[in-house]
Write a protein that binds this ligand. Sequence first.
Ligand SMILES: NC(=O)c1ccc[n+]([C@@H]2O[C@H](COP(=O)([O-])OP(=O)(O)OC[C@H]3O[C@@H](n4cnc5c(N)ncnc54)[C@H](OP(=O)(O)O)[C@@H]3O)[C@@H](O)[C@H]2O)c1
Length: 328
Amino acid sequence: MKVALIGMGSVGRGVAEMIAKKDLGLTITGIADSKSGLISDRGINIAKVLATKKKTGMCGDSTIPAIDVIKNADYDALIEVTPTNALSGEPATGYIKAALNRKKHVVTSNKGPVALHYKELKALAQKNGAAFRYEATVAGAIPIMHTLEHGLAGNEILALYGVLNGTCNYILNRMADEGLTYAQALMEARELGYAEADPTYDVQGIDAAIKLVILANTIWGNGVKLEDVDRTGIDLLTADALRLAEDEGCTIRLIAEACPRRNLFRVSPRIIEKSHPLVTQGTLNALTLETDMAKEITMIGRGAGSVETASAIIGDLLFIRDCYVQRA
Ligand SMILES: NC(=O)c1ccc[n+]([C@@H]2O[C@H](COP(=O)([O-])OP(=O)(O)OC[C@H]3O[C@@H](n4cnc5c(N)ncnc54)[C@H](OP(=O)(O)O)[C@@H]3O)[C@@H](O)[C@H]2O)c1
C-alpha cells in the first residue's frame, strides 16, 4: 500500500523509521514537513530522508508544499501528523479534507480535527468511500478504538474513566512519592521532556478534555464539545492535598470521565484508592470502559512517544490495507 506522510516530527519520524525497518508492505510516495516536500511514485528512500532531516531540518532539497504533496502524490492513505491546533484544527483539517476529497484514506494522530470536526470528517470519508482513522489521538499506543470497534462490538458502553494525560500523571506521582510541590514536579517533568515549555494544555486538563470529547463522539456520537466538559486541572493542587490522600491509603489522579446517562463529562483531580487499576506509575495512561456485557475493562499503556504513537498509526494503516485496499 502506498502512503503519504505529512509531518516529520517525533511521530512522523517514528512512523517512517518503523516503515523502513519492518516489512509491512508500506511504501512512502509523498512526504512533507513545514518547509519541504518530496514526491516519488516509485517510493521515497526513507533512510536518506531521515538522515537529511536530522542534518538539515528538511526532508530534502525539494520544497513542494505539503498541500501539493497531498493533492498530487500517488498514494492510498494519508498519514497526517502535524501539530495539534485545538482552536482551529488547521492546517490538519484542510489536509485531511483534501485527501478525503481525492478518495484517499486518512490516518491521523492529530486531536484538533477529530475533536472539532468529527461528524463532518466522518461524513466526508463515508461519502468518498474512504476510511478516517485516529487511534493515536487518544492514549497513544493503547488500542482503544480497535477494542471498541471489534473486541467490544455489540456491547453498550455505559461509562468510561481514564487517565489520559501522561504529564499530569507524572507530576502527581512525583508529588505523592517524593513530597515535591507542584512547581518542583512540573520543573522535573519539563527537564525530562514530559512537559512543554507552556504546560497549560496539560496541567489545566484541556488535553485530557479534548481526548474525552474524541472518545464520547466515537462511542456515543453525541456531538459533545470541549466546552461541554466540566474541567479542573492539577495546577492548584498542593502537596498537602496529596499527603492527606496518602494518609487514607489513597492518591490523586486527573480523571477524565463520561457517562451520558448522567450527562456527565468531566476532567478533574479525584481521590482514588491506591489499589485502583487507574492508579498507574510515571507517564502511563489508563482507561476503564464500563460495558453491559463485558462489564469493566481496563487498558493500561504508553500514552505518547515516537515509536509508541507509530504503533497506533501503523495499526490503523494495516487495518485500512486489509479492509479497504486489498478488497478493492
Ligand atoms: N509526540 C507524541 O508522543 C504524540 C502522541 C500522540 C499524538 N501526538 C500528536 O501527533 C501530532 C504530531 O506530534 P509530534 O510530536 O510529531 O509533533 P512535532 O514533533 O511538533 O512535529 C510536527 C511536524 O509537523 C510539521 N509541520 C508543522 N506545520 C506544518 C505544516 N503547516 N504543514 C506540514 N507540516 C507541518 C513540522 O515540520 P518541521 O519539521 O519543518 O518543523 C514537524 O515535522 C500532533 O498533533 C500531536 O498532538 C503526538
